[in-house]
Design a protein. Structure first.
Lengths: 157, 669
């Protein structure tokens, strides 16, 4: 249980994303990884070797040096290239769906799995007690055993 | 050549239709002769489809530019090796190869079940022939590989990116072997569903097929990553490109299926769930091809463009509606009373594994189709890229990694917390020691620290399991040590193979964490003779050479590398100028070592090579991604290797040996 809580906390930390950048170069890089290079479909400004990407990289560095906030710099690029320049969907409007759906699914799936395991366990407890003939083997086990044996019989040589 | 190819494809279509009809008649009327005809037709189909592929190959090699495909994807100057590769470097040709692989699987199934005929064979053949009919229709209508034109004097040559590296020779064929191979479990699952007996035997019949297919998919994904790393020059190997995602999706579902079928084999549980996974994996493989060929999106893989989208979409809808419709209407009768004895059990860990893998599949699928869905509904353009996928998948991957370490230590049925703690001591200790060392060493990224610790935990836990099992075999065996250990390894190949896959996974996870969180990069513009420092290396630009090759011109820049005053030789990142491409295409130069790769690409040259701009990367640990991947595939191969049953051996002897195969509970107390 303790282990599970620790794991949950860990996953939550991981979901929050990378640690805040400290050096100027790291801060530029952090913004550049979140922007799409407009001339190459799926690379970020940080990854792309295209001239435009390098120009954008310099623009970020200049903006930061001039004291602009990362969000302001991002908005400048959105104004210039449109919303699709952001590599991550916005956390509002339609974009919110992309963020909420995975969490909802994981929560729902976990709930379903926990319920299923509990039901399977409850079912396991009852017949095990009511089979005095062979301790440890329930009726369901016998069915499984017979099925397995039958399979060996019909398996190919 | 075009006639031969076209007639071969028409004949193949006729054969596939015949096979489909014969299999359906054999199934419905119980005619063994019809089933036999459907079975043997598979070999003829393979021969004819191979002839069509051969015709295309001959046309490519003989520069027959009357074929549109050859004119567009090859040229006189293209080296012979890349002429062969041109067979699958564009849509129409790769569909030919796709058909060949599918016919190959049909023939393999027909051969495998030549003597032993399971009840599901007729149904499975019918499903496979139906799929073959679809793909053969595709190459004789919407996609026309053998279309002709007035021959131009020379062809255009393959897409430059695709003729830039020999890895293109193996990456697509392996992926096709994986994608198409998912037809086999799908076909047997459907066959079981439609049969009167409504059997769930497909799980036992196709387990090894699914494993083999999983190996192919893994190799295909790895080669794709390796190609991206050594050709594209951006210093990475996985860009969360939609096409990469499309290949990852079936792999995730196939991995889930390989785990959850064990619950069905052992405990008779999850019959309906497993059917859904088999249908889902096949549907996602189809979806992937639809995404790449249907011209739905533009990406690095834009060379796949043709007008076959609507047909794919129709086929996909048919697969989904048919598959899940059958499951909904018939499979409920397969439901068995599931039973789990304890939460601390292998069974429960498999449930967790499936939950996480399926959530991952959903997240990747959502991120991939989200921009398309938003654009289709609201006309707005949004991008879902690497940062989104990293943010959403990393927590799930970490939890999955944890299960890959704990799951194999848990016994079937019911484990005791005390025994688990004892077996967890060594791996948890190793993981914790690494975490502590990294924290003291100043690594501040919590997700990275956690990933390093968990990967170490998984590696040590699974290695210790293998070691413990082999030690027992050596101690109790009468033979000499290596022989006894090897014997035990081979006897328990299913179990040890699985553990080995987890060890490989741990290595790959270490490599991915290291390279994605500790990498460094810099852009340097150097004049000839100038030096600059980067990450402890001294880099000296020595000048540019021009190589003229028949199909391209290569600008090679020479960069001398030294570290601590010691000369380490030269790196030669280059730019390739192809007549058919407006932009130069780079070829990076990589100095690989076990701990880190120094990676250089040249971004641009000025003044005839007097000045050049480079991008250098220091990528720690990437080598271990390839090593880990190779170990995973090795583990898969170990598990898939057939168990030889001696026909002479008395039948009942099989049962105890099957049980002996898992020394799951190695009691060392």
């Amino acid at each position: 249980m303790v282990l599970l809580v620790a794991l949950g906390a860990l996953a939550a930390v991981a979901a929050r994303g990378p640690a805040p950048a400290s050096t100027p170069a790291e801060r530029v890089h952090a913004i550049a990884t979140g922007l799409r290079c407009p001339v190459c479909r799926d690379l970020s400004v940080a990854d792309s070797p295209a001239p435009l990407a390098r120009q954008m990289h310099n623009q970020i560095a200049e903006g930061l040096a001039a004291g602009k906030s990362p969000e302001a710099i991002r908005q400048e690029f959105v104004a210039a290239y449109g919303e699709s320049v952001l590599l991550v969907p916005a956390r509002r409007g339609v974009g919110l769906v992309a963020w909420v759906a995975p969490a909802l699914l994981l929560a729902g799936g976990t709930l379903a799995a926990v319920l299923a395991v509990r039901r399977w366990r409850a079912r396991g407890a009852a017949p095990a007690a009511s089979s005095p003939s062979a301790p440890g083997t329930s009726g369901a086990d016998k069915v499984l055993l017979e099925r397995a044996l039958a399979r060996f019989e019909e398996d190919p040589p | 050549m075009d006639r031969l190819g076209r007639y071969a494809l028409l004949l193949a279509l006729a054969l596939a239709v015949w096979g489909l009809l014969a299999a359906v008649v054999g199934l419905r009327r119980q005619r063994p002769l019809a089933i036999e005809s459907a079975r043997t037709t598979a070999f003829a189909l393979l021969a004819v489809v191979a002839a069509a592929n051969g015709a295309m190959l001959a046309a490519l090699l003989s520069d027959d530019f009357t074929l549109r495909y050859v004119a567009q994807n090859s040229s006189r100057a293209t080296p012979g090796f890349f002429k062969v590769l041109a067979l699958w470097s564009a849509d129409d040709g790769s569909l030919l190869l796709w058909n060949l692989v599918l016919a190959g699987y049909l023939a393999a199934v027909a051969f495998r079940f030549r003597r032993y005929r399971p009840e599901a064979l007729a149904g499975a053949l019918a499903v496979m022939y139906a799929v073959a009919v679809f793909y053969l229709l595709m190459v004789s209508g919407p996609s026309e590989p053998f279309a002709t034109l007035a021959a131009p004097p020379d062809g255009r040559g393959p897409t430059p990116l695709l003729q830039n590296h020999p890895l293109m020779a193996v990456h697509p064929p392996f992926l096709y072997l994986g994608f198409v191979g998912l037809t086999v479990p799908f076909a047997f699952a459907i066959a079981g569903l439609v049969s009167d007996g409504l059997s769930d035997r497909w799980v036992a019949l196709t387990r090894r097929w699914t494993l083999a297919v999983w190996c192919f998919l893994t190799v295909g994904l790895l080669l794709g990553a390796l190609w991206s790393y050594s050709v594209l020059g951006w210093g990475g190997y996985w860009a969360w490109d939609p096409v990469e995602n499309a290949a990852l999706l079936p792999w995730l579902v196939a991995t889930a299926l390989l785990h959850s079928v064990m619950l069905q084999e052992r405990r008779g549980m999850l019959a309906v769930w497993n059917l859904s996974l088999a249908v889902g994996a096949f549907a996602l493989a189809t979806f992937g091809t639809f995404l790449t060929r249907g011209n739905v999106l533009l990406s690095v893989h834009t060379f796949a463009t043709s007008a076959v989208g609507p047909m794919y979409l129709g086929f996909l809808v048919l697969v989904l509606a048919g598959g899940f419709g059958l499951i909904a209407t018939r499979a409920w009768r397969l439901r068995a009373p599931g039973r789990i004895d304890a939460v601390l059990s292998r069974e429960a860990s498999f449930v967790g594994n499936n939950l996480l893998l399926l959530t991952l599949t959903f997240v990747v699928l959502l991120g991939t189709v989200f921009p398309l869905a938003v654009e289709a509904t609201s006309g707005r353009q949004v991008t879902v890229g690497g940062p989104y996928f990293r943010r959403t998948t990393v927590p799930l991957l970490l939890l999955l990694l944890f299960l890959a370490g704990v799951g194999p230590l848990l016994p079937w049925r019911s484990g005791s917390a005390e025994r688990l703690t004892r077996r967890l001591r060594l791996p948890l200790g190793a993981g914790a020691a690494l975490v502590l060392a990294l924290a003291v060493g100043g690594l501040r990224n919590p997700a990275a620290v956690a990933a390093f610790g968990l990967a170490t935990f998984v590696g040590v836990a699974n290695l210790a399991e293998i070691g413990a099992g082999l030690r027992v075999a050596v101690r109790t065996g009468s033979r000499r040590r290596p022989a006894a250990a090897l014997g035990a390894l081979l006897r328990g190949r299913r179990r040890y193979g699985g553990l080995l896959v987890h060890v490989g996974l741990a290595l790959a996870a270490l490599a991915i964490t290291a390279s994605s969180t500790l990498a460094r990069q810099t852009d340097l513009t150097l004049s000839r003779g100038a030096t600059a420092g980067f990450a402890g290396y001294t880099l000296r630009y020595e000048g540019m050479r021009t190589l003229r090759q028949p199909q391209r011109t290569v600008l090679v820049t020479d960069v001398g590398v030294a570290r601590d005053g010691r000369d380490l030789g030269r790196m030669t990142p280059s730019l390739n100028l192809y007549p058919s491409a407006s932009e130069p295409i780079g070829t990076p130069s990589i100095r690989t070592s076990p701990l880190r790769d120094l990676y250089a690409s040249v971004v641009g040259v000025e003044q005839e090579g007097e000045r050049a701009t480079f991008r250098f990367f220091l990528n720690p640990g990437v080598t271990w991604l390839w090593v880990g991947g190779a170990v995973m595939v090795l583990g898969g191969l170990l598990a898939v290797w057939p168990t030889r049953r001696h026909p002479a051996a008395p039948r009942p002897a099989v049962l105890p040996s099957a049980r002996r195969r898992e020394p799951a509970v190695v009691d060392r107390g």
